[in-house]
Design a protein around this ligand. Sequence first.
Ligand SMILES: Cc1cc2nc3c(=O)[nH]c(=O)nc-3n(C[C@H](O)[C@H](O)[C@H](O)COP(=O)(O)OP(=O)(O)OC[C@H]3O[C@@H](n4cnc5c(N)ncnc54)[C@H](O)[C@@H]3O)c2cc1C
Length: 406
Amino acid sequence: MERIVIIGSGQGGQQAASSLRQEGYQGQILLLGEEPGLPYQRPPLSKAYMANGDAGALTLKPASFYDRAAISLQDRTRVSRIERVTREVVTEAGARHAYDHLILATGARNFRPPIAGLDAPGVVELRTLSDAAHIRDSLAATGHAVVIGGGFIGLEFAAMARAAGVAVTVIEASPRLMARAVSPGMSARFLELHREMGCTIIFDALADAILHDPHGAAAGVALRDGRQIAGDLVLVATGVRPNVELAADAGLVCDNGIRVDGQLLTSDPAISALGDVASFPDPDGVHIRLESVQAAVDHARHIARRLVHGSAADYAALPWFWSDQGKFKLQIAGLSTGADRVMSLPQPQAELLVLAFRAGRLIAVETLSAPALHMAGRRLIGASFEMLEAHGFDLRAAVKAMAEPV
Ligand SMILES: Cc1cc2nc3c(=O)[nH]c(=O)nc-3n(C[C@H](O)[C@H](O)[C@H](O)COP(=O)(O)OP(=O)(O)OC[C@H]3O[C@@H](n4cnc5c(N)ncnc54)[C@H](O)[C@@H]3O)c2cc1C
């Protein structure tokens, strides 16, 4: 295989290029990304970067890495078409690049909900470094920020804005925080924490329209029930949509993402997909899409191993995730979908442990500010309820017992 082209130079695209070289791939690697500059990590955009503004700390690898590893990186390069018959990609500027294998790592973009007035100055979103720099510049002059969406990114931003002395109101459509991703017990704990940080949170509230000041700039949010929340910065953080258009236009099967098989191959065996944009089968064969650094990185490593060594194993990495909200760290190991038993186990120093089981097996572990429990939880996914019960649900003791010879 002489040339591998990767579209999208974010977390997963960059990892795919690095992993191909680590696995010993000798051919050409072309990494095409539409954003300016070196590939960078997004998680700090809503965390440390909001406080320190250090863009250099986000860079995944220095420029010298790409030279040394002979990875041809082209930034500010948007791919507009894939021509599968001739195996070429075509950039917006009209350049054509042939590939023997193509990796789609186009990620996701923020969802724009049907709210009137979203184009007003003062309405912001957070996905890219450029978005984060704009928000950071605006924060200094912000008195009251309104966050539409009580998910990870909205809440991480809320905590950072509170720490910067800005008043914050979060508007959430569902009855609890992070409802798509965490247990009710963990949602309730984070609600307490955000209230202690001084954040106002409104549930079951649908944003209907942006309010304007006399100059047309955002002045708050009108809710569907008639309430009005005043604010001079409005962050829209209502989830993302996968960037499937390139793949769909090229005739690849897409369904909530680019559909891939257990080896992360699309419906065209010359094209793989990874990360936020990939809809891949979980161990039960159900297609899922994960928006996490872990998925992007582990997908990339799996694809590199397959391309270099021809390994035919199915992708089976354990999902894990984290979110830092102020000084509190939420960590999740496994996936709680289909849980039939959920246990909230308060820990010393206000830490929290939540165990989710399905059919008597541990499927997910959520922790609040308890990294050692999270690491133990990762090792215990799949363990039986009885085994954990025998250890009084002390995860560290259970891991120790597993490691001891019988
Ligand atoms: C503010 C924020 C905080 C986050 N925090 C966490 C966290 O705490 N923990 C966690 O696990 N995850 C977090 N995430 C999610 C994580 O960053 C993503 O899951 C990860 O970046 C996905 O990697 P990816 O390679 O699939 O997509 P991305 O990293 O998004 O990269 C996709 C790239 O493809 C480019 N692209 C798209 N279409 C084209 C095209 N046609 N031509 C050329 N280039 C194209 C895009 O511009 C983008 O640069 C966070 C995300 C954000 C935005």
